[in-house]
Design a protein. Sequence first.
Length: 263
Amino acid sequence: MVRTFLALTLAAPLLLVAPPAGAQTAPAPTAAPAPPTPAEAARGAERKLDSWMTADARTALTPVVAQAGANVDVAVALGRLLEQEKKYAESAEVLQKAVALAPADPRPSHWLGETLLRARKTAEADAAFRKAAELATKAAEARPADAGAFLAKGAALSRLRRYDEAMTALAKARELDGGSAATLYQMGSTRAFQQKWSDAVDLLTQTLAKDPGVALAYYYRGLAQEKLGRKDQMVLDLDRFVKIAATAPEAERAKALLAAASR
């Protein structure tokens, strides 16, 4: 038996050298894809957060989450994730560290403002949004072709209720980026804050045509539809929002409007 085993072992390589006629050789193994960089993982997580896919966002961020203390992209994504998980104190702590990590970047200050707003700390939120607007304004002045700087400026000014200034900055962002879903969403939500309902519907419809995963676009468009007396359209939008963002703080208001519409 030992001789037979050795014979088979020694003979096996011959099959690699001279396969029988018609035999197919195994394909060469393909290289495993490279793991995402921290910035790529953070962007992937943020896209999932925009769609309120909170659990998926955590999964996407887990491989790089340990780098949040040194990488601002990861820190911002983690701060947003914790906010969506309603861990507001933890979110604020991460984002405050991100502000110190990248003192010229408006994003950490903006998302810190969003977290503080969720935590009902309005005065502190306004301070964070003012800082974000200041940093974004400086970035836009230094880089006048940077759509992201104008988008950040417009988003912060909108939260500060400086709506006309926000729309001016966002119009410049749209000119530079060709009307990205992020820019169109900010424009649409700003028009909703201004109670310019028809403009809000138009801009949010454009947003969803570009990216149907922007969850809050359904919410704000639904509110605008309700104000315009379009009950059927409101129901469609708010029902879609509740289905994809059931844990969002806005979902309670959406559910109340849907219940009232059904009576």
